[in-house]
Design a protein around this ligand. Structure first.
Ligand SMILES: NC(=O)c1ccc[n+]([C@@H]2O[C@H](COP(=O)([O-])OP(=O)(O)OC[C@H]3O[C@@H](n4cnc5c(N)ncnc54)[C@H](O)[C@@H]3O)[C@@H](O)[C@H]2O)c1
Length: 257
């Protein structure tokens, strides 16, 4: 028996990194998992016995088509993981309006469009589970504290944090819980972008920048995608039934100080 037997989940941005690990972890607990990304993650879907589709989370039309597809092919939706995201680290004075807008379209508008589109599907099945339906939004430790070079990313992930709380209050009567997850630096392609961004900003070499990005974590290492997937599985199921509008921080202690 898995913790998520009978549930249907959607993970966006699932081709790699945290999204792929999350899709595998949800499937391992018995969920039927639909995975989307800019290109359909077909191999992952085949591996976990799930469904795949190409989807740009910034497109309203794609969200409408994706929810129609979920209803027809998967039978509904119980768990939405708004995972797709972009990173940006560069001095503010060099940042273009187009870069700010692209970041916010994916990181903020994508979460808004996804949550809004999923509400009718989630509400239909929420009554079946003691923990109701669950929306999990990927914020970041960067949605809790700022750092030099990441002001635009901070703004986008801070928006996800508070969007989550407002949506949680509004959707609680429908038994739809909404929580955010706040990773530290995780060893993914985006983790590499963090290291490269730090190298560009500070003039450190690539190896030194990786050491510096690692050293901010009191636990002494970066996180792995599985660390975040474990937290998401917890938020998806009934063990977190009394949690909504909360921030689950999984950052190796970075923001504890
Ligand atoms: N890796 C980290 O250090 C870290 C830390 C904190 C938060 N996060 C957040 O976790 C989430 C996943 O991060 P990751 O490290 O796995 O990143 P990643 O870059 O490895 O993967 C992100 C995925 O999102 C997809 N994506 C990008 N734009 C998209 C769009 N418009 N529509 C659909 N898919 C799109 C990409 O194709 C990619 O597969 C992101 O929201 C990120 O901001 C990551």
């Amino acid at each position: 028996m898995g913790e998520l037997d009978g549930r249907i989940a959607l993970v966006t941005g699932a081709s790699r990194g945290i999204g792929a690990a999350t899709a595998r972890a949800l499937a391992a607990e018995g969920a039927k998992v639909a995975v989307t990304d800019l290109a359909a993650p077909e191999a992952l879907a085949a591996e976990i016995g799930g469904l795949a589709r190409a989807q740009d989370v910034t497109s309203e039309d794609d969200w409408a088509a994706t929810t129609d597809w979920l209803r027809a092919e998967a039978g509904g939706l119980d768990i939405l993981v708004n995972n797709a995201g972009l990173f940006l680290m560069k001095p503010l004075v060099e940042t273009t309006l187009a870069e700010w807008q692209r970041l916010h379209r994916v990181n903020v508008e994508g979460v808004f469009l996804g949550t809004r589109a999923a509400i009718p599907l989630l509400a239909e099945r929420a009554g079946q589970w003691s923990g109701g339906a669950s929306v999990i939004n990927l914020s970041s430790m960067a949605g809790l504290v700022g750092s030099a070079g990441t002001a635009c990313y901070n703004a986008s992930k801070g928006a996800v944090r508070l969007f989550t709380k407002g949506a949680a209050l509004e959707l609680a009567p429908q038994k739809i819980r909404v929580n955010s997850v706040h990773p530290g630096v995780i060893d993914t392609s985006m983790g590499d972008e963090v290291v490269n961004g730090l190298a560009g900003l500070t003039g450190l070499g690539a190896n030194e920048a990786r050491v510096a990005a690692t050293a901010i974590h009191p636990l002494g290492h970066m996180g792995q995608p599985q660390d975040i997937a474990n937290a998401i599985v917890f938020l998806a199921g009934d063990k977190s039934a009394f949690m909504t509008g909360s921030e689950l921080v999984v950052d190796g202690g970075v923001t504890a100080g």
